[in-house]
Design a protein around this ligand. Structure first.
Ligand SMILES: C[S@@+](CC[C@H](N)C(=O)[O-])C[C@H]1O[C@@H](n2cnc3c(N)ncnc32)[C@H](O)[C@@H]1O
Length: 374
């Protein structure tokens, strides 16, 4: 397993946090800036605020130390916590704030319990239906005529699986998706809509089903996307409450060694045919410590049987989140000897997956999927 932790969890230095915020604000050449202009202004002002405000700086050091959270991840949590707290106070024009307005707002925000509690407790948890689940839908479709069970680790609101199960995936994605793989293979697979979902089980650490949880997921959107996404997420959340007994959401830490047992107990094996299991983890591993990543891989290994598949969507370079084509869909195949190496199947232009192209192992993955489908 390729464990990637570019920034150490032992790095609680405010200097590196400030540097990271400056990178995200587009003030250095070492990494791509955050794509949302409003968040760039926030990050830039926040960096200066930490430099000038000793009390807040001490608090941040304490939180970083207590949480053992990676610095990159924490830097990205700051604007989300701000958005969450401001929306609670019905403030919705912050995407247009200039530095002076942010300076003034930060001095009250750093005393706001909703802001501070988010920094202490929350993982960030975006989850738009369809966008990041195209590789999963295509992979499921490639396994023609095979009942499939999906375990989605770090599922957030579980709207990713609800999109797969409850609606026509292709019709929802075709307009906003450019496929540069040979013969538009991913689009073709989505169009076939071949998949037969036997069961979809999502697992997340946070119970996001309650009102606060949904508000948090929406607050994890870019400032400029908040209102548009809110509508889509609420609609999907109502789909989730339709009580389709193939769809289940469990609240659990995926690093916990009891996970394989929990998933086996939740699995419905009521089928005459071989059910193929896909474990899916989309944008989750980068939130885990090195030990956590190893524990999850061990859990996945226990859950999968020969012929099953692990599919991950992740950053290629964790120190440069927003660089173009910095996202990869990687597949591991379970054989009688254990989990295979990583096969890089697809590359994606951004975390929203508007454009895909072939990864280094594209042909091998397509061949192996064909073999599994027979
Ligand atoms: C960025 S979101 C990705 C959500 C979804 N998979 C997607 O791609 O849209 C990461 C999710 O992983 C969850 N997560 C992080 N660490 C976890 C853990 N140890 N156990 C379970 N879930 C975890 C977070 O709560 C969050 O909802």
């Amino acid at each position: 397993m390729n464990i990637r932790t570019h920034d150490s969890i032992n790095d609680t230095s405010e200097k590196n946090l400030i540097l990271k915020l400056r990178e995200l604000a587009g003030e250095t050449d070492s990494a791509a800036a955050h794509p949302d202009k409003g968040i760039q202004v926030f990050d830039s002002t926040m960096a200066q605020f930490i430099e000038e405000n000793e009390d807040f700086c001490e608090l941040l050091k304490l939180i970083l130390n207590d949480r053992k959270i990676k610095l990159n991840h924490f830097a990205s949590l700051l604007p989300r916590a701000a958005q969450f707290a401001l929306r609670k106070r019905n403030i919705d024009d912050y995407a247009e704030f200039n530095r002076d307005k942010w300076k003034e707002t930060l001095s009250t925000l750093v005393k706001d319990p909703a802001f501070i509690a988010s920094l202490y407790n929350r993982q960030y948890a975006t989850n738009r239906p369809y966008q990041r689940y195209k590789a999963l839908a295509a992979l499921s479709s490639a396994l023609t005529n095979t009942p499939i069970r999906v375990y989605d680790l770090g599922c957030s609101l579980n709207t990713g699986l609800s999109g797969l199960l409850l609606e026509d995936f292709y019709s929802k994605t075709k307009d906003s998706f450019e496929d540069l793989t040979p013969n538009e293979s991913i689009k073709t697979l989505l169009k076939k809509n071949n998949f037969e979902i036997h069961q979809d089980i999502g697992v997340d650490l946070q119970d996001l089903s309650i009102e606060e949880g949904i508000e948090w997921v929406i607050a994890c959107e870019y400032f400029g996307n908040y209102d548009r996404t809110k509508e889509a997420l609420l609609r999907h959340n109502s789909l989730l409450s339709q009580n389709d007994d193939r769809l289940l959401t469990l609240t659990r830490d995926i690093t916990d060694s009891s996970l394989p047992r929990l998933l086996k107990n939740a699995a419905n094996n009521n089928s005459q045919r071989r059910i193929r299991t896909i474990v899916h983890a989309s944008m989750v591993f980068y939130q885990l410590t090195e030990a956590g990543q190893l524990a999850v891989v061990e859990n996945i290994n226990q859950v999968l049987q020969a012929g099953d598949i692990f599919l991950e969507l992740r950053f290629i370079d964790e120190s440069d989140y927003y660089r173009e084509y910095n996202m990869e869909s990687v597949v591991k195949f379970k054989t009688s000897e254990g989990l295979s190496r990583d096969y890089q199947w697809l590359l994606w232009n951004s975390i929203y997956g508007e454009r895909s192209k072939s990864g280094a192992d594209y042909d091998i993955v397509m061949e192996k999927l064909c073999e599994l489908a027979q």
